[in-house]
Design a protein around this ligand. Structure first.
Ligand code: AMP
Ligand code: GLY
Length: 425
């Protein structure tokens, strides 16, 4: 088989690595890919917004299966374009990817079908939103409706802050048209858990859990980022909680999408918060999480390609997912300054230290090949993942391996998984 992967981050590297292990696969392409993905795949320099161009490429190369890593192309309908060319592609169609593309859509879906989530109101006028904010309890959460690179969520401590937030989102359009509509949501507290699940439109198979660390600095301080590190599994996501979520969240979400004529095929990423009154949905995404994929996929025993094929064919009920009985930790090495301004183009040294080391992975996010060197080319540069027999062991190994590579302005959080270990002891 020939497989095409769409995307260029650490998530797509983790997908490419897993696909390369499938006995079904002879050749992998990736658009656009990066320097790490190039070890497994032929990277092709096609703009990922040109769906027709990508589909023509897939036809020309007789690609048997395309896997989409990124959210933007899914929300914009890449799956529909590929299918209209008779190509097999793994991911939700546009009418289902809206579960990530519009927070107002997903909140209304959850309300209609009784899926537990934070109480909320939606607004299309900033005046109405500001009037409403006089009546609410603080803190309160403001969310731009559309895609905003994970930055469209503001937690406001008081009315004055909230008014500024509404103006930034709805009037100044800080997140562009994502702010045409606003969701104002009750602030919840609890442990956050990311659960990625395979879906075939009817059946849903959740993978092992993960926990992201979204803030830039230690102690969950600083700005929100795409994710500075992950652990898997989440020690707080017990079997009882999983069973509750299957019954009240996962299967009901599949059934709701089906009832709406929006059958969801692909990866449903459920962002959960474990509150005192039970697990609730913070958000849905329509693809693998990044860096969640960098801890979940290395622990997966199944052939990823086989599971994707079962999703497309609607026979996920014939698959049994299996994960290793261990733990994984991923520490992101970022460019100093991220998520604000940072420099790129610095050579990365020491990547060869990972060769032949079982249980250690160096996933490339923002890297590119320049002459003889691999250089930094983004905010999140590398994801260093290690597997261990438990969280402590995996954490020790991942941090040990962060010292094997170096580049100018290298920055990482030093406390990925630390709080979890403290709370467990
Ligand atoms: P989202 O993009 O919706 O996942 O939101 C980004 C982050 O904002 C989440 O990971 C949470 O840490 C925080 N957040 C979002 N919604 C809420 C909420 N209702 N209550 C508390 N924190 C929230
Ligand atoms: N790590 C969060 C995300 O992929 O959206």
């Amino acid at each position: 088989m020939k497989v095409l992967i769409i995307g260029s981050g650490g998530r797509e590297h983790a997908i490419a690595q897993k696909v390369s292990m499938s006995p079904l696969v002879d050749k992998i392409f990736c658009a656009p890919g990066n320097a790490g993905i190039a070890q497994y795949a032929q990277c092709i320099d096609l703009p990922i917004s040109d769906f027709t161009g990508l589909a023509q490429f897939a036809k020309k190369e007789a690609i048997d299966l395309t896997i989409v890593g990124m959210d933007d192309p899914l929300v914009a309908g890449v799956v529909d374009v590929f299918e209209s060319h008779g190509l097999r592609i793994f991911g939700p169609r546009k009418n289902a990817a809206i579960i990530e593309g519009s927070k107002a859509f997903s909140k209304n879906l959850m309300k209609k079908y009784g899926i537990p989530t934070a109480a909320y109101e939606t607004f299309s006028s900033s005046k109405d939103a500001i009037d409403y904010l006089r009546e609410v309890n603080y803190p309160i959460v403001l969310k731009a409706d559309g895609l905003a690179l994970g930055k469209g969520v503001l937690i406001c401590e008081n009315y004055e802050e909230a008014v500024i937030g509404v103006k930034q989102i709805m009037e100044e359009k800080q997140f562009g048209s994502a702010g045409d509509c606003l969701v104002v949501e009750e602030f919840l507290t609890g442990k956050e858990v990311s659960v990625l699940a395979f879906c075939d439109g009817k059946h849903i198979l959740p993978m092992t859990s993960a926990q992201d660390h979204k803030r830039a600095k230690d102690g969950d301080q600083g700005l929100n980022t795409g994710g500075m590190g992950t652990i898997s599994p989440s020690p707080f996501y017990t079997e009882d909680i999983e069973a509750y979520c299957m019954k009240h969240i996962y299967q009901p979400t599949m059934d709701a999408m089906r009832a709406e004529g929006r059958d969801f095929v692909g990866i449903l990423f459920v962002g959960l918060i474990l509150t005192e009154s039970g697990p609730k949905v913070l958000e849905y995404n329509a693809r693998f999480g990044d860096p969640e994929a960098q801890v979940v996929l290395p622990r997966m025993k199944n052939d990823l390609v086989e599971v994707c094929q079962a999703c497309i064919d609607g026979r996920l009920d014939q698959i049994k997912l299996e994960f290793e009985d261990n733990a994984a930790v991923c520490v992101i090495l970022a460019s100093g300054g991220y998520p604000e301004a940072y420099k790129k183009g610095y050579p990365i040294r020491g990547l060869e230290n990972f060769i032949g080391k079982d249980d250690y992975y160096v996933f490339h996010a923002g890297t590119k090949i320049e002459g003889e060197d691999i250089v930094t080319n983004g905010g999140r540069v590398l994801g260093i993942t290690a597997k261990g027999h438990d969280l402590q062991d995996a954490r020790n190994k991942a941090y040990e391996a962060t010292a094997w590579v170096d580049f100018k302005d290298k920055y990482m959080r030093t406390d990925i998984g630390k709080l979890d270990l403290q709370e467990l002891s």
